[in-house]
Design a protein around this ligand. Structure first.
Ligand SMILES: *Cc1c(COP(=O)(O)O)cnc(C)c1O
Length: 374
């Protein structure tokens, strides 16, 4: 039977496919009676949370009868000092997805549209559709592209923009492909965009990037008043469970975005943890090292099985396994290894694997070899 409330839902909601999160370890162990399972599915930090961040979060638990600081004064000041921007330029969110949603709620509506690339972050179409706005999906570079297979193509993104476009979403590096746009590609696109388009430059993985030619969105902000750069404490800082991220933009743009922000949208533990984690350089450095080594281990291991990976700048790698990703995902589950099938990203023959610690990566590679042999 059809759900009778679907007919009552706001425009866009009845056709909306909700986000499918990575499978939690506890759920898999409960369902299959397994133990010692590993999860390389949600791009979480395998080293755990920033110890300084986690310590600061525990330190404020006794005060949670009080509402958090709605302005996030201390964290916004810390970010302001760190990045050399005004505190008014910073929008705090319950995860950066909250900030991305605020942009959609502030600028999208029926009759308007958002532009983004195929195989990009799953929340862009969801937030867009929830506003009753249209999605214009740009073709990425083809799989045989010399420099950046599956990467964002600036010319198709620009072609997709029309008079009704209000938001352009770009993830750099992109999830689920790990691909990235160069500084020239990005600025070439931004220079040609009409001023009625707000650009969300989603830099959830930028702290992992070690490529010197990679464009830092914050350097572009002074030149592009319609740009908002979003970042998160969920990935390299290891604070995904606390939900905190932020956007940086011209203060005028931030003021409009903040009109739709929920009161107290960031909780006190998250505010304290983020402020402390910002200074946890030891955890940051170690996380980068483990990721660099793990990316190499995974790409070499997968290549030695004759599989083709998409070159990645992030903390995950996406590989073409030449058959149904969902089937291989299921077989890996039975071996206690959780990865991410990406059919919902239009990539039915790929799997996305988060970079883990050495032993976890090895266990994944061994399990995959066994599954593919059968
Ligand atoms: C993980 C991720 C985010 C942010 O997640 P939050 O936990 O909400 O901060 C944003 N964009 C992309 C592309 C991501 O992969």
């Amino acid at each position: 039977m059809d759900n009778p409330f679907l007919a009552l839902a706001a425009p866009g909601i009845s056709g909306l496919h909700p986000y499918v999160p990575g499978k939690p370890i506890e759920e898999l162990e409960r369902e299959l009676g397994l133990s010692h399972t590993i999860k390389l599915a949600s791009n979480e930090n395998p080293l755990g949370p920033s110890p300084m961040g986690a310590g600061a979060a525990s330190g404020v638990i006794d005060g949670v009868n009080l509402y958090p600081d709605d302005a996030g004064f201390r964290l916004r000041n810390a970010l302001s000092k760190r990045f050399g921007v005004a505190p008014e330029a910073i929008t705090l969110g319950s995860g950066s997805s909250d900030v991305i949603d605020m942009v959609a709620r502030a600028f999208l509506a029926p009759g308007r549209n958002a532009v983004f690339a195929r195989h990009s972050f799953a929340m862009y179409p969801i937030y867009t559709q929830a506003q009753g706005a249209g999605s214009r999906v740009a073709a990425p570079f083809p799989p045989d592209h010399a420099r950046m297979p599956y990467g964002h193509d600036p010319s198709t993104l620009l072609d997709a923009v029309n008079a009704e476009t209000r938001v352009l979403f770009i993830a750099n590096p992109n999830n689920p492909t790990g691909t990235w746009m160069t500084r020239d590609e990005l600025t070439g696109l931004l220079d040609r965009l009409p001023s009625h388009v707000v650009v969300v430059l989603d830099e959830a993985y930028i702290e992992y990037v070690e490529e010197p030619a990679f464009p830092n969105g914050l350097d572009l902000l002074p030149h592009y008043p319609n740009l908002i750069v979003t970042r998160t404490f969920s990935k390299i800082y290891g604070l995904a469970g606390l939900r905190i991220g932020y956007g940086i933009s011209a203060p005028d743009l931030a003021a409009v975005i903040n009109r739709v922000r929920h009161p107290f949208n960031v909780n006190s533990a998250a505010l304290a943890a983020a402020e402390a984690a910002l200074n946890d350089t030891a955890h940051l450095t170690r996380s980068r090292e483990v990721n660099r080594a793990g990316l190499r281990q995974l790409s070499e291991g997968l290549a030695s099985m004759g599989l083709r990976c998409i070159p990645s700048m992030a903390n995950f790698i996406t590989v073409d396994i030449g058959r149904s990703g969902s089937d291989v995902f299921e077989s890996l589950l039975r071996k206690g290894v959780i990865v991410r099938p990406v059919a919902n990203y239009d990539m039915p023959h790929h799997l996305r694997v988060t970079v883990g610690r050495e032993a976890e990566n090895r266990r994944f590679l061994e399990a995959l070899a066994e599954v593919l042999e059968r």
